[in-house]
Design a protein around this ligand. Structure first.
Ligand SMILES: [Zn+2]
Length: 262
């Protein structure tokens, strides 16, 4: 069983707009941004399950995004929920998200304009802990935004220390490209790193070193499809020379536990 923990799908009506928006960034899309497109890509790649990561970009679309997520949260494509930093009542919103059957939320410091040291977000983190929802966040630079990024390995480690009970998943192995800082601040902490956008773009030996130092029980296979190709990413991970246990943890066991799959 192979699980891709980091994918992006959009409602059919707006998928082509979402895909066109990243065209200027020079990314080749591996599918059309729809759930059916993702399912076809998964079939080709030999990926059994995937997690979609929708994002609330304005408090006004909280209801719509999470209702759509809940409606599209069954095998082979599961979904996270999302909340906006300016949500007027995070405790209520996150209790509702939990009641929809969603297991965690996605947030993005760049698209949602926040940083992890802001006290205004504390009610969100406290409610996530209260509801047992995990947080998957973009980490480090995003190619669509000018640096400096709103999060980095040091700020993410400080955030983890302030909210150690929050189950945290950091995308892009903790911060794309900042590997020395990832090693210094994040490697070995009890938080998850997802591999999205990393396989094939980072030296294999470096990636294996990061995985082994952090521990394969806290690393998740993810692709960032459609912005990366699922077949290529999975093939790359298969070529890293991981042990069977490491490979099973990364591509299946850790994801299944976070999503509470049997
Ligand atoms: Zn992504």
């Amino acid at each position: 069983m192979i699980i891709d923990f980091h994918t992006h799908c959009y409602p059919d009506k707006i998928a082509s707009r979402a895909i066109d928006a990243v065209g200027p960034l020079g990314l080749d899309c591996s599918f059309d941004g729809t759930i059916s497109g993702l399912c076809a890509s998964m079939k080709t790649a030999g990926i059994d399950l995937a997690l979609n990561l929708p994002l609330v970009t304005s408090p006004d679309n909280t209801r719509g995004v999470n209702a759509w997520a809940a409606k599209n949260n069954s095998a082979p494509v599961f979904s996270l929920g999302s909340i906006h930093p300016d949500d007027p009542d995070p405790a209520k919103t996150l209790a509702w998200i939990k009641s929809l059957g969603l297991k965690g939320i996605k947030m993005h410091p760049e698209y949602q304009s926040f940083s992890f040291d802001e006290t205004r977000l504390e009610p969100i983190w406290e409610a996530c802990i209260e509801q047992g929802l995990f947080l998957l966040t973009h980490a480090g630079e995003d190619i669509a935004f000018k640096p400096p990024p709103k999060s980095n390995p040091a700020s993410l480690a400080a955030f983890h220390r302030r909210f150690p009970d929050l189950t945290l998943v950091l995308a892009h192995m903790g911060s794309w490209g900042l590997w020395d800082e990832v090693e210094r601040h994040l490697i070995g902490l009890p938080l998850y790193l997802d591999m999205s956008f990393v396989p094939g773009l980072v030296d294999d030996a470096l990636l294996v070193k990061l995985i082994r130092r952090h521990g394969s029980e806290r690393v998740l296979f993810g692709t960032d499809a459609p912005w990366r190709d699922q077949s290529e990413s999975l093939k790359k991970v298969g070529e890293l020379g991981l042990t069977d246990d490491e490979y099973a943890n990364i591509t299946c066991n850790n994801a299944a536990a976070l999503l509470k799959l049997n």
